[in-house]
Design a protein around this ligand. Sequence first.
Ligand SMILES: Cc1ncc(COP(=O)(O)O)c(C=O)c1O
Length: 420
Amino acid sequence: MNQSKDPAVSVSDAEALASAERYLMNTYRRPPVVFDHGRGCKLYESHGRAYLDFLGGLAVNALGYSHPRIVKVIRREAGRAIHLSNLFHNQFQGPLARKLVEWSGMDRVFFTNSGTEAVEGAVKLARAFARNQTPGPVPKTRILALENSFHGRTLGALSLTYTEKYRTPFTPLMPGVEFVRFNDVADLESKFDESVCAFIAEPVQGEGGIHAVSDAFWMRARALATQHRAALIADEIQCGLGRTGRYFAYQKFGGPECFPDIVTIAKPLAAGIPLGAMLAREEVAFAFSPGIHGTTFGGGPLACATALEFLRVVEDEHLLENVRERGEEIRAGLQRLAARFDFIREVRGEGLILGLELSIDGRPLVDEALRQGLLINCTHERTLRFLPPFIIRPADVKAFLRKLKTVLASASQLDRAGAP
Ligand SMILES: Cc1ncc(COP(=O)(O)O)c(C=O)c1O
């Protein structure tokens, strides 16, 4: 029985699953669970079973579910104007841009609908910026990205995404992209020259399995980008907006002299309403002029009002502090589990972007976690990934570690049972 009394949402789980199976394109392998609603950091099935959500809608639901201030703003703006088009001003785009500028140290903002579109915009801005410069002997169009990167699924962003299985069916992709070995300064130096218009990196790789760019690598990338007048792009779509316990992950490298030239964000920005953005330093942003780039939906009043409220909630509820403290508790708990289970290879990440690399396939563990009422996922077959909401409390951390221990114990039993 569904919880909602509204006939518009009283579809039975069986009907929802059957129609999904029959009519949706075959792009996701999903478990046969239909979620009905969420509260805080828990999701519920219609018959009431609760799941502790340590995946947070893939890093989107930083405030969990049904945060009262978010619900209030969405209700209010739905009754005013959901959308206007970018041919007119709305009340929220400017103030939201101002707040993002204050958080990031950038100067200008362009709003998009998704992460991948923010990356597309960043590539176009970098190309336009390069074109504006005094022409050199070679065209300045090459883009460097990192091995193991993930930047999105549209063709431009996909060209910067390393994983072969995402790329191969869609070739030829955008030419002029080269991948640099992760944290390998010598490889970066050998590929960076005057023909490069941009170097893009996630300061903490998310899909790639929670790997942090080293200080030395980032600082060399910053210096090379400055030397060759290329744009340094930080893709903070997964690791930004508070997830590492800082506003932006690149802020760990130091002050403004270490900052990138362009930053992409999305995921938690509007608390679940689709919204992304590309932020840039003034001299780079200057390469755009009216008509050169645009979007129908990006930056609508409902999305921007909600995003402004998200940023204010993060400040008012001191959530960066909570991210750091709960992150430390989880890390310490994961280290204890690593000492107990010999198939755990490494604990990685900081704040609330954490990974557990295993020497065994992690996918059956994700299924077992679901059976235990815990939502997590697995990247690259062997890394369990945790992206819980920023609002988790110490009791949620304890519940998570308890459930995860049960899940890991089931794997070691499987291992032993399977051993010759
Ligand atoms: C680092 C990074 N960049 C880009 C994207 C693409 O964002 P979206 O799925 O909103 O297009 C993602 C999505 O996971 C991401 O993690």
